[in-house]
Structure formats: structure tokens, C-alpha cells
Design a protein around this ligand. Structure first.
Ligand code: HEM
Length: 387
């Protein structure tokens, strides 16, 4: 279950806090209820975020050597930072992603998506297949991020390959050969980031000017390049796929009876790209009556918390605007809550408004396939064809 938690049957009964042993024998406590997940997220003193980026399959010396050869380091910066530097780093990143700056990208993104959708509709009309992941969702978030935050001048494909390699290296069950391949890919790009962190403008320059060390600047860029674009590409793909099977919702959108923003929230609740997120117990404590020794890995099952009948009226149904729909924890909560939520929501709203009509009168040739991963869905494709 641990590595395919989105495919676990929703109706399957789960204790509020379940002990699960992973593929290398590490014991995790999986938290399944909305109130308890929230309680953990709201208490960063008892449940620290320090393990957020720990590799779930410990790295062998060979892979560590490859990373060290590229001077790879991931010091506490954002998601894994419980230290005193977190508020300042977070504030600088939040400024770059401020809602007014995000809103200023909306027209540009709408024009780009509209142009693409016109081309994709023509291909569908001509009887051809269209991959809504590769042809639409994959690069859009990176293109927007690059306009908000100055990024290294690397081809989109190279950044996507690096980001997906990082998600696999840190969050997937792996064998040694695969770890070595991924470490090589991640290490190589990390070197590009290190050069950029020393000289680049935009966010990198802001962090340097605030006195942050080169390692911190690299760490922040690393996390943003992964969390700030790959997550949203995944979400767009999963949501479009979900909508393909929700004709009544699409009809509501067409008729103006269903709000795009409500579709996005219900999508985040039912199809979150990040299904779990980790914390580590800092002290001996209890959670929902379960003893939690200090050092225990806590796996917060965000996707299941979104389907908790205690907070949502019809937990398993895609009903935009229903009571409790917005109470999902897809973006986390508390001091480390996602700072890209406004951006992700804007991107999703634009794509759904423009691209949902592509899903009318089509058959799904290839549904997204998601590999084993503790945290990220990572859909690989979503291919449709005119019926
Ligand atoms: C649908 C898309 C996204 C989802 C579901 C998502 C989800 C999350 C989650 C679950 C966390 C951990 C929260 C916690 O520990 O309480 C997080 C943190 C974070 N996210 Fe996102 N995210 C998305 C998009 C983005 C985007 C677009 C950006 C920036 C461009 C971004 C930047 C960050 C950052 C910087 C953090 C760390 C915040 C901190 O530790 O202070 N995310 N996100």
C-alpha cells in the first residue's frame, strides 16, 4: 500500500494511525484521518519536517559517491527546514510567487493554452491521437515558473528529466542500479544549479543578497524546480483524466452552472498529485491514542484525508462546490504550507477553462499510468482520440 496509496480502495477500512513497514524494514506510522493529519501539520515542534526530502530507499555508497562528485548537498531550506532560517527563505520565495505576480501571468498563459488547444482540437478532428500530458500539461508550469523566477537557461526537457529523476530517487522503492542511474542524472543537473546559484539573477540573487549561503540557494532552487512545476503538470494530467469520466461536470462547465474554481478544488481533493507527505516525531508523544516514539517517520496520507467523511458530504464523488470540498489538505497546512498554491490554482483554472471541451466526444486510448512512489503520482501519459 505504502507506494501505491492512491490506488488503495477508498472503502477499505483503515485505523486512524496505522503502522506500516516499508521495503527496507523501516516502520512508518500512516495517518489516515483529516483531523489527525491537520494536528500533525499544525505542530512543527512535536512533528518536525526535517525528513521531508530523505530518500525512502537509503542510498548505497556508490550513488552517494556520484552525488558527492557533483558536490550535491540538500541543506535545510524550505520543506525540510525546521530551523531559524526558514521564515526568511520562505518569505523571499513567497514574494516571487505573490498573488499579484501570479495574476499578471494569467492572460499570457490563457493565450498560450488557447493556441495549443486549437491545434490539439484540429488533430482530434483529423482522427489523430492527442496526449494531454506530453502535448499540453507537461511543460506549462515550468514555462510560467520561468517567467516568475529566473531559472538556469536549460532546455525544458532537461529540467523535466531532472525533476522526475529526483522524485524517483528520493521517493521510490529502487534497486541499486537504478539509484546509480538516477544519482548521475540528478547530480549532473545539480551542478548546473550550483553554477546558476552563484551568478543568476531573480530569486537566486535575492537569496544571495539576504546572506544565504550558496548551498541554501542551490537547495531552494532545487526544491522549486521539482515542487514548483512537476507537481502541477501531474495535477493537470490527473484532473483532465478525471474530467474525461465526469460528463455531467463538463456539461455544467459548458452551461456556466459549474464554477471552474470549484472543479479545481474538487480535483485537488480527489486527485492530489502529492498523496502523502512526511514528518518525523521530535519527542515521544501520542497521536490519536497511538504511542509515537521520538524519531518515528509519520506518513500523512493527504489523499485519504481529503476523502474523510467527517469533513466532506459525498467523499468519493466529484461534486464541485459540495460541502467540505475546499477543506482538503493537498497543499499541506501550517508553517510549511505550500507557497505555490495560488500559482497552481491559477494554472489549473486556465487549463480547465480552455481545455475541458477537448474531452467531449473522445475515448481514452491510454489512461495515465503511475509508477510506485511514496509521495508523487507522476502520470506518464494521457492519450485521447475522437470517438
Ligand atoms: C497542485 C500543485 C501542488 C501541490 C499539490 C503542492 C503541494 C505541496 C505540499 C503538500 C507541500 C508540503 C506542505 C507542508 O509541509 O505542510 C508543499 C510545499 C511547498 N510547495 Fe507546493 N504544491 C504544488 C505546487 C507548487 C508550486 C506551483 C510551487 C512553486 C512554484 C510550490 C512550492 C512549494 C514550496 C516552496 C513548498 C515548501 C514550503 C515551506 O516549507 O515553507 N508548490 N507543496
Amino acid at each position: 500500500m505504502l507506494f501505491r496509496s492512491w490506488s488503495s480502495a477508498v472503502e477499505a477500512p483503515w485505523p486512524d494511525v496505522a503502522a506500516v513497514v516499508d521495503q527496507v524494514g523501516v516502520r512508518h506510522l500512516v495517518v489516515t484521518r483529516h483531523a489527525l493529519v491537520r494536528q500533525v501539520l499544525a505542530d512543527p515542534v512535536t512533528f518536525r519536517p526535517d525528513n521531508a526530502l530523505d530518500a525512502v530507499t537509503p542510498m548505497p555508497v556508490t550513488a552517494l559517491r556520484v552525488l558527492a562528485g557533483h558536490r550535491f548537498r540538500l541543506p535545510p531550506t524550505l520543506a525540510n527546514n525546521s530551523g531559524a532560517s526558514h521564515p526568511q527563505i520562505r518569505a523571499i520565495v513567497a514574494d516571487a510567487l505573490h498573488p499579484t505576480r501570479v495574476a499578471a501571468q494569467r492572460d499570457w498563459l490563457t493565450a498560450l493554452v488557447r493556441e495549443r488547444v486549437t491545434g490539439l482540437a484540429a488533430r482530434l478532428d483529423a482522427g489523430g491521437p492527442v496526449d494531454l500530458y506530453a502535448d499540453l500539461a507537461a511543460d506549462l508550469p515550468l514555462l510560467v515558473l520561468a517567467r516568475l523566477v529566473e531559472l538556469p537557461d536549460a532546455p525544458v526537457g532537461a529540467v523535466k528529466d531532472f525533476a522526475r529523476a529526483a522524485l524517483e530517487l528520493f521517493w521510490a522503492p529502487l534497486d541499486v542500479d537504478r539509484q546509480l542511474t538516477l544519482a548521475t542524472e540528478v547530480g549532473r543537473f545539480h551542478r548546473v544549479l550550483r553554477d546558476f546559484a552563484a551568478t543568476g539573477g531573480g530569486l537566486a540573487a535575492e537569496l544571495r543578497a539576504a546572506g544565504q549561503s550558496p548551498d541554501v540557494v542551490v537547495g531552494a532552487l532545487f526544491f522549486l524546480l521539482v515542487a514548483g512545476q512537476e507537481t502541477t503538470s501531474q495535477f493537470l494530467t490527473l484532473l483532465l483524466h478525471r474530467l474525461a469520466g465526469e460528463p455531467a461536470v463538463r456539461a455544467g462547465l459548458r452551461a456556466g452552472e459549474v464554477a471552474v474554481a470549484d472543479v479545481v478544488e474538487e480535483g485537488l481533493r480527489l486527485e492530489p498529485p502529492i498523496v502523502t507527505w512526511r514528518r518525523v516525531a521530535a519527542v515521544d508523544t501520542t497521536l490519536g491514542g497511538t504511542a509515537v516514539p521520538a524519531g518515528t517517520s509519520i506518513v500523512l496520507w493527504l489523499a485519504r484525508a481529503g476523502r474523510d467523511p467527517a469533513v466532506v458530504e459525498a467523499p468519493d464523488e466529484f461534486r464541485p462546490g459540495q460541502r467540505g470540498s475546499r477543506r482538503h489538505l493537498a497543499f499541506g497546512a501550517g508553517a510549511h504550507r505550500c507557497v505555490g498554491d495560488v500559482l497552481a490554482r491559477m494554472e489549473a483554472a486556465v487549463v480547465i477553462a480552455e481545455a475541458a471541451p477537448l474531452l467531449d466526444d473522445v475515448t481514452v486510448v491510454r489512461a495515465p499510468w503511475c509508477p510506485d512512489n511514496l509521495t508523487f503520482r507522476m502520470p506518464d501519459a494521457f492519450v485521447i482520440r475522437r470517438r
